[in-house]
Design a protein around this ligand. Structure first.
Ligand code: TYM
Length: 342
């Protein structure tokens, strides 16, 4: 097999299944913005087909999709530069996912920890879509021949599976067609933890709203949540080793570092020796300074629904110009009659 050269292309997605929170912002969205530039073509998606693997009220889904689009733009994604769209407007995702359902093995899917966590003891009652979810995710990425995928730490296993699917497809059909995608899991906020429990990931499904900062929270709510965040009684250390076995302290330092584009070491060099009573107001001030402009811009954009819909439609059109030939070529490789004609 010859080495194929793939265009450097970034793909990533976020589910429109509720509030966008600080973990999504620091672990994903802010990184998406950082990757916009001459080095990569950037493709970003509101993955509504993924969202319906668990029940979504149709009105809420439409609202969350538009709000997420507003969040992307408010955070700094330029829809002229990046391709920004919702997944269901590009049918090639679901079409390639079917092919991948026939490549991926049951055993691979059964090993997915997110499947086990989300379906829990109730696997018999979970949707088939929830089980097949990682195969659709692989299709999202590979329908663009994406080479780099920025995500938070919780998506690592899904990206390994994406590589396994690409390798098996290439081997089965004797081609070098799908790239072996690089996960980009970098920075100090790859796993932002709950503000109430440093051993749990910050998540939109946590029943306690105090556990997370939502991108729509106002300044008072942000400050209150940080003031009430769980901590320990000790002062902050000056060195990173001093954060070991102090998950809540580590989380707040990491959040500060990520918001301020610093490393945790740099933050500790400044704040080492301070008590939380002093550090929390610093963090609250920084969080409000960085997040408030985003939430007010989101609110403004949400008043321009028609404009958001137009951006998504235009993004989908641009996405299809990449996705459609890749799907046709895939069908041709697989042996589907008529492939490549449309
Ligand atoms: P989702 O919608 O759960 O989360 C979107 C992104 O936010 C990251 N993230 C976090 N990062 C740091 N700390 C946290 N507490 C935290 N919580 C969430 C996630 O890692 C993710 O990067 N399966 C994906 C969506 C998806 C996708 C894709 C991603 C579908 N297709 C293709 C990349 C490529 C998901 O459910 O993310």
């Amino acid at each position: 097999m010859t080495e194929t050269q793939f265009t450097p292309r970034v793909f990533s997605g976020i589910q429109p299944s509720g509030n966008l929170h600080l973990g999504n912002y620091l672990g994903a969205l802010k990184r998406f913005v950082d990757m916009q530039g001459p080095e990569f073509q950037t493709v970003y998606c509101m993955v509504d087909l993924h969202a319906i693997t668990t029940w979504q009220d149709p009105k809420d889904l439409a609202h969350s999709t538009r709000e997420l689009c507003a969040g992307f733009i408010a955070a700094g994604i330029d829809p002229e530069h990046s391709i920004l769209f919702n997944q269901s407007q590009v049918p090639e995702h679901a079409q390639l996912a079917w092919v991948f359902n026939c490549v991926a093995r049951m055993g691979w899917m059964q090993r997915m920890t997110q499947w086990k966590d989300k379906a829990g003891k109730n696997q018999q009652n979970a949707s088939l879509g929830l089980f097949a979810y990682p195969s659709l995710m692989a299709a999202d990425i590979l329908i663009y021949h994406a080479t780099h995928v920025p995500v938070g730490d919780d998506q690592k296993q899904h990206l390994e599976l994406t590589r396994d699917i690409a390798i098996k497809f290439n081997n089965d059909f004797g081609v070098d067609f799908f790239p072996i995608t690089e996960p980009v899991i970098e920075g100090t906020a790859t796993r932002v933890m709950s503000l109430r429990d440093g051993s749990k990931k910050m998540s939109k499904s946590d029943t306690s709203d105090m556990s997370r900062i939502n991108m729509t929270d106002d300044a008072d709510a942000i400050a209150k949540k940080i003031r009430k965040a769980k901590t320990d009684p000790d002062a902050l250390p000056s060195e990173i080793d001093g954060l070991e076995d102090r998950p809540e302290a580590r989380n707040l330092v990491n959040i500060y570092a990520a918001l301020n584009d610093q490393t945790a070491e740099q933050v500790l060099a400044d704040v080492g020796g301070k008590q939380f009573g002093d550090f929390k107001p610093m963090l609250a001030e920084l969080a409000v300074e960085k997040l408030s402009p985003i939430s007010s811009e989101m609110a403004r954009l949400m008043g321009e629904e028609a404009e958001i819909d137009q951006i998504l439609a235009r993004g989908a059109e641009r996405a299809r110009t990449i996705a459609s030939p890749i799907l046709q070529k895939t069908y041709e490789i697989v042996g589907m009659v008529g492939a490549g004609k449309s």
